[in-house]
Design a protein around this ligand. Structure first.
Ligand SMILES: Cc1cc2nc3c(=O)[nH]c(=O)nc-3n(C[C@H](O)[C@H](O)[C@H](O)COP(=O)(O)OP(=O)(O)OC[C@H]3O[C@@H](n4cnc5c(N)ncnc54)[C@H](O)[C@@H]3O)c2cc1C
Length: 318
């Protein structure tokens, strides 16, 4: 049997690694993904997830977000992808202008005060992609396999090790880049969610809470609601904290009283790879090339397709 050719080794099987691998493999490159955690056990699987560039910085964030938005719009016709366009309301307790990225979204409008829940000063309505991450990661993996790519379980302990593994590697290790590179600029930022039965909500709700570690949002996924969240800088423990779950339930129930008493189905915890700037660049090592693609903070899903397209451009030049 002839072994499959490997042109590129992608490290990491979260949304960033799998999307990058799909884009490379669909261009005809031989792609292998190596990951410590399988897709369903990554931070990506824990995400809510809604399109929106939060907790991520880079001058290309608007372009990457827009490229991903176009792809997600196209995926809504594929039920197996788990992507839907959902209407909803985002609010803030203090007057503020709408973030620039909202203008990219369909049906965006500023709400008159009469439409806002009590206690809020500003609000916007828009339609955004909402992504059922466990389903979506399964869809990406299937697309990778269909394009001839492979996923294998394993760890890369240092960048030096890559010399013997592949001529080109793409580093999509999320918070793992802190140890692997090593890059102390990656700050683990813990996020916790509660999954409950949906009492019948069909639109999303989000509060702009700025830098607060307490985030509040409600994302309907059919018969389930994902309730969020927290942003605990410097924490990377994965055990759900009962007091955090109780606080999320309290905040969400205040906004949507029909949630009170809903059966809890699950708790989710993920560690966002927050960095002062997303790192997407080529590094030449003695004996191989590495393209770094990590540090997407609270927006890895939102930036995934745009970043993958940039990785492809770099790999094509190599
Ligand atoms: C509660 C919560 C809600 C969120 N909501 C949203 C949202 O609504 N919208 C949005 O866009 N984003 C959201 N995010 C952020 C998003 O989840 C992250 O930005 C994204 O998951 C990062 O993806 P990643 O592929 O870089 O990392 P990960 O998903 O963490 O995957 C990293 C992969 O690398 C592997 N790895 C690491 N180190 C090594 C190594 N040395 N060797 C081999 N493999 C290694 C891991 O095992 C894993 O497979 C949310 C995050 C959280 C926690």
């Amino acid at each position: 049997m002839v072994a499959a050719r490997t042109d590129v080794l992608v490290i990491g099987a979260g949304v960033v690694g799998l999307t990058t691998a799909v884009v490379l493999a669909e261009q005809g490159l031989g792609v292998r993904v190596r990951a410590l955690q399988a897709p369903q056990h990554t931070t990506s699987a824990a995400a809510g997830a809604i399109w929106g560039p939060h907790l991520a910085d880079h001058e290309s964030v608007p372009r990457w977000s827009n490229q991903s938005l176009e792809v997600f719009r196209g995926l809504t016709g594929h039920v197996e992808a788990g992507v839907r366009m959902l209407d909803g309301l985002e609010v803030a307790r203090t007057p503020m202008p709408a973030p620039g990225w909202m203008a990219m979204l369909d049906h965006f409008r500023v709400c008159p005060p009469a439409e806002l829940p009590e206690g809020f000063a500003t609000g916007w309505r828009y339609t955004a992609p909402v992504i059922d991450m466990p389903v979506y990661l399964g869809y990406l993996l299937q697309r990778l396999v269909d394009a001839g790519g492979k996923l294998e379980s394993g760890v890369i302990t240092s960048l030096d090790e890559l010399r013997t593994q592949a001529a080109i590697a793409v580093n999509c290790t999320g918070v793992g880049a802190r140890q692997l590179v090593p890059d102390p600029e990656v700050t683990p930022t813990r996020g916790q969610l509660v999954v409950v039965d949906n009492p019948g909500l069909e639109t999303f709700f989000a509060e702009d809470t700025g830098e607060s570690p307490e985030m509040t949002y409600i994302l309907p996924h059919g018969d389930r609601l994902i309730l969020g969240s927290s942003a605990e800088r410097g924490r990377s423990d994965l055990e759900p904290a009962p007091e955090t779950a109780a606080a999320i339930l309290r905040r969400c129930t205040e906004l949507a009283p029909s949630i009170a008493g809903a059966r809890i189905r699950a708790h989710r915890v993920g560690i966002r790879p927050v960095r002062s700037r997303v790192r997407l660049e080529h590094q030449r090592l003695d004996g191989c090339h590495v393209v770094h693609n990590y540090g997407h903070g609270g927006a890895g899903v939102t930036l995934s397709w745009g970043c993958a397209a940039d990785v492809l451009s770099i790999v094509e030049q190599l």
